[in-house]
Design a protein around this ligand. Structure first.
Ligand SMILES: CC(C)(COP(=O)(O)OP(=O)(O)OC[C@H]1O[C@@H](n2cnc3c(N)ncnc32)[C@H](O)[C@@H]1OP(=O)(O)O)[C@@H](O)C(=O)NCCC(=O)NCCS
Length: 167
């Protein structure tokens, strides 16, 4: 498996893998591929990593700037995270998350936040203490991993592409 940053020409394959990954996901509103496209178009795709297996694009993860109580203070959001349905359960998703977090940390980010299943994300250090909020989403799904400084406290907001996705 090779994890690398997105390069021009990857866009369609990222689109496909994202659509396929979320097709059967009950928690999905199937806007994830559009979110990735819109993040890219808006210049908000801070980090875009792909996983290649046997020369084929098998997974993707996006990171974008987030704010807490309206302030962007070196925090980034993880997602969407997608692994091709035929390739799931072989460590690709974990490798994308681990590598993405390592790169963000190297770049001087203060931390990373996400909305997601703690059963999957706790293994990477993500945790919830209820102080980071996202509307009415139950606290345990609003998670953060701190690289430096204090745990974030307040209302989490994602880049505009996430708001536009349902429209
Ligand atoms: C979630 C996803 C990215 C994981 O990628 P993956 O390559 O299959 O994951 P890995 O092989 O690295 O890790 C597998 C582990 O994650 C767990 N896992 C996978 N999907 C999970 C989910 N939706 N919720 C909780 N745990 C999950 C597996 O049970 C397994 O746990 P184990 O190691 O304790 O046995 C992938 O299943 C996927 O694309 N799902 C559809 C899209 C999605 O839900 N994205 C995440 C949105 S928050």
């Amino acid at each position: 498996m090779l994890i690398r940053t997105e390069i021009p020409g990857d866009e369609d394959a990222i689109d496909r893998v994202t659509t396929l990954a979320f097709e059967a996901a009950s928690h999905s509103d199937h806007t994830e591929a559009r979110i990735v496209r819109d993040l890219r178009a808006a210049g908000d795709l801070t980090l875009s990593l792909v996983a290649e297996v046997d020369g084929e694009l098998a997974g993707h993860v996006a990171f974008s700037p987030v704010t807490v109580d309206g302030r962007h203070d070196g925090w980034y959001g993880l997602g969407p995270l997608s692994v091709h349905p035929g390739r799931q359960g072989h460590g690709i998703g974990s490798a994308l998350v681990e590598q993405g977090l390592a790169i963000l940390r190297d770049r001087g980010a203060r931390g990373c936040a996400l909305l997601g299943n703690p059963d999957f994300y706790a293994r990477f250090g993500f945790a919830s203490d209820g102080t980071l909020r996202y509307g009415s989403v139950p606290a345990r799904f609003v998670q953060a991993v701190v690289f430096t400084g204090a745990r974030p406290s307040g209302e989490l907001s994602y880049a505009r592409a996430f708001d536009l996705a349902g429209s």
